[in-house]
Design a protein around this ligand. Sequence first.
Ligand SMILES: C[S@@+](CC[C@H](N)C(=O)[O-])C[C@H]1O[C@@H](n2cnc3c(N)ncnc32)[C@H](O)[C@@H]1O
Length: 232
Amino acid sequence: MAFEHEARKYDDWFLKNKNVLYSEVLLIKYFLDKYGVGRALSVGCGSALFESILRDDFNIRIEYCLEPAEGMARIAEERGFRVDRGVAENLPYPNEFFDTVIQNGIIHYVNDPRKTLEEAFRVLKHGGQIIIAWVAGESSYGILYQLAGVLGDWGALRRIAPKYPYPLEFIKEAKRWPTVEEVKELVESVGFGNIEFAQTLTMHPKYSNDLIEEPTEGYTKGDYVALRAVKP
Ligand SMILES: C[S@@+](CC[C@H](N)C(=O)[O-])C[C@H]1O[C@@H](n2cnc3c(N)ncnc32)[C@H](O)[C@@H]1O
């Protein structure tokens, strides 16, 4: 399990790609600003790097964090978060408990995406929101990561890849790179409605760390996409 043993490497990579990190944080913030946060859960919070930036830079509090990988969870705790151990497919929370559930960058890694959405649906209050952010399979980053995974090495892609590419062990750990269409269909099939999209990282991956991007509505240009949906 790469996230178990290479937790620091994940953080180090993001900290070398700070503009990418902030562009992605702003994407999550986009929907939290628009609709509020309330009692919020971050599922697969990892090292809580995003949650710590939301808290420290923007005064947005994600109260509950859940993470299965001990190495990641410990870093999140060092950042001052209370982290419950567990998986997205079996959330240790009561029905209709949260206003917001965030799944940031986890859909690639979970065993059963449908079950994670059913669980998010269960723990959300009526009118509560889910925010799912991920590297869209059809995007430039999505294609690049799938290619690197198939090649098993960044070597042949060095000239076209970002200066500090996503470590291969995290790419190899991914089980899928779903498209926007696939995630939207899954979300709808579980019962969520009022689906909206926002996007960031609209430049070629090689240049995406040159500046911090403001998110925009939609999903046709951005490599990192957020879907926001509501439990009726
Ligand atoms: C790419 S990291 C994202 C971490 C964090 N959300 C972020 O955006 O920085 C993927 C995370 O998903 C977690 N993960 C893997 N399988 C999971 C599951 N079944 N349920 C919840 N989290 C899972 C990993 O341990 C890892 O921390």
